[in-house]
Design a protein around this ligand. Sequence first.
Ligand SMILES: *[C@@H]1O[C@H](CO)[C@@H](O)[C@H](O)[C@H]1NC(C)=O
Ligand SMILES: *[C@@H]1O[C@H](CO)[C@@H](O)[C@H](O)[C@H]1NC(C)=O
Ligand SMILES: *[C@@H]1O[C@H](CO)[C@@H](O)[C@H](O)[C@H]1NC(C)=O
Length: 776
Amino acid sequence: MRIGVLELVALSALLFASAVHTAVPLDRRSSLLRSWREQAALEPHPVPLLQTDPLYDYTAIKFPSNGSVDSLAAQYAERTGWENVGRLGQLDAYRVFRQRKGGRLVRRHLEGGVRLSQGKRLVKRGLVGGFGNRQASSNDTAWRDITDPLYSTQWHLVNTKEIGHDINVTGVWHQGITGAGVTVALIDDGLDYSSEDLLDNFDFKGSYDFNDKTKLPTPRLVEDYHGTRCAGQIAASRNDVCGVGVAYGARVAGIRMLSKEVSDQDEVTALNYEMDTNWIYSCSWGPSDDGATVQGPDQHIEDAFVNGVEKGRSGLGSIFVFATGNGGAAGDNCNFDGYTNSIYTISIGAIDHLDKHPYYSEQCSAQLAVTYSNGAQRGVVTTDLGLRSCTDKHGGTSAAAPLGAGIFALALSVRPDLTWRDVQHVAVRAALPVDTGDSDWTDVAEGRRYNHKYGFGKMDAWRIVETAKTMKHVGKQTSIACPRDEAHTEIPVLSRQGAPSESASRKIEITAAQVAVAKMRRIEHVTVVVDMSHDYRGNVEIWLESPHGIRSQLATVRQHDSSNQGLADWRFMSVKHWGEDPVGVWTLHVRNAYLPKHRGTLKAWQLTVFGESTDPDTRPTLPPPSSGPGPNTGGEHNPPPPAKPVEVDDQGTNSMQKVYSLMVPLVLVLGSGIVSALAMLVYMRRRERKLADMRWTALDAIGNSTIEEEGFRPRGGGASTGRPEDDEDTEVFEIAQTASGSSGAYKLPANEAVSLTDDEDDRTKGADSTETERLV
Ligand SMILES: *[C@@H]1O[C@H](CO)[C@@H](O)[C@H](O)[C@H]1NC(C)=O
Ligand SMILES: *[C@@H]1O[C@H](CO)[C@@H](O)[C@H](O)[C@H]1NC(C)=O
Ligand SMILES: *[C@@H]1O[C@H](CO)[C@@H](O)[C@H](O)[C@H]1NC(C)=O
């Protein structure tokens, strides 16, 4: 009896020690989470984050930057009786004033002021279309060290079926280039930093929740999985969970903004949030892609982009990557979205695994390049909401933009000194034309080709990184703004549908003298502002023809756009003239192209060409050391180890080690106590099992379980919260897929399936486990 007890004590001591040992990774996770939550509680509000009061109207005023903005603002407040509540986001020239709603109208004071919207809703550009079944090959790891269970299904990274139809990244990883030192912020609906696939690469500092005004970007709504999936595409860790991100050594920050309506103040602040920590902002959202909307950022939001490219990344410029939009099927064109057609953003569209244009991806002359997403029955495999959850249902141009952002992270990790325009040049030069039989491919300047569906072509990670390595800084940005042409030209009316349509044309010349004054070496972006009246806006086609005969489509027919509002100084943009010499006659063509009898007038237009100056860029060539992720200044052959959340990680690990060393002697003392604990455990287990049986019966009766963990609500069918249409479709689609059982079920090798059916996963995911079940 005595010997038995001693043996038990020794055994349990051993068991306990090993339990402590294996529990360390799990505890590391909780200690990281705890540490972030503690820091979040201490974190003051970012920049002047304006808490808005529904009883007030808010107005932003931009003051001339030559004077003292504060004294001008004080005078302004005195004159109007409005209350100055501080700077707008990070924009030094702006002050926000508020006045009680229904107060005296003082319109005359509004010159230069803009009433701030407190409730704008932006649309996520999620999955469009469906998938059939597909078999995953288990043999397709060119980069053989990666053991993530779903890596072999991530065809966008390594495609062994359709050879060459991937981003060609393995040669980049092979050099040890994995995005180390770069943080990509996902401006989205949250980021599940507690996922084991994202935990290690989560950037706490760069994150903020603008919807719930708190530091951690926790997904809270049923449909808040979008940002997590995008983050997984960029920086999912190399581990035993799901697949890997394209830049698995980079870090991701979550800026939660799309889950509720946002005020203009929040949007401005979000776009410049921690702009020295966050180098790249991945934005898979925008105005509605319904084929009828014409909407862009108001001036103050545009100024946030300008502020980002001027001051972000220590003056080298924030990289804003935007999805072109999912309105392709509705005939939408990304030139009617003022976010994607801004010269400060890089617009990335989608291609499918056959290198073809998926029907949803929008085309326009502002699109720089494309990269992979869903289409032709195949989706993108990435991390999902949950501890160890994955999905194979990611898609839309929503998936293309983060993939592009991840590729830029690879480039910036070897060349952190590239400016925002250098990065655009790299993207233009490295792009590879795809689907070359398509009739829209046109020869453009410097031997390149351009297609409104594909931009300059697809992003090839290897080519982009190699181009970045040898990229010489481009000169300063310069521009030539031509005088506004008050055209007042009637657009010829179609007599009947299908009749040959004539266009109205207006010409403007850029002279060599103007180019000399502007010191312009060559063109980058071209913008055209159009003022037009029309009784059926979507009936109009507009294109710009350069002196070299290269034609940019600006407006294309949009059948759904029946607005009779025309265009009020709408700005179109084209990158198709990149590299051209601006000298010569530029022609704007406008015509009615579809319906007869509709009429309109081109009232005025104005052309601006932006380009590279012969003056060198005088901005800093290397960011000064910051408290954010350190820039990787090492050569490409000596990459640093993957970025880790340093402070937090160290603290966590250290404290765990302390705990562990304290525990070893304690084990002996507690040994005898454990014996009784074990007995207790056996008893509890039995009891628990009995309870569990009862519980499952109960759950069966109500048909659904909603188990909550750490404030997350499981996703799954049912809950509708007035979310954007396209995502509602996604939800419906996924439910339908589940119901019909025709989902994209993988046949995974048994050992790979194990990690997906992980006990903990099932337990914590509750209703969400449908996706997992379908995957297995
Ligand atoms: C600032 O510029 C404005 C025009 O933009 C001018 O009217 C004003 O006099 C200038 N103020 C100073 C102090 O230079
Ligand atoms: C998988 O790879 C191995 C060796 O790398 C090869 O022998 C085998 O034929 C491949 N299987 C398939 C299905 O391609
Ligand atoms: C893909 O990358 C490899 C290096 O890994 C390179 O040799 C090859 O040229 C690249 N493909 C293209 C189309 O550039």
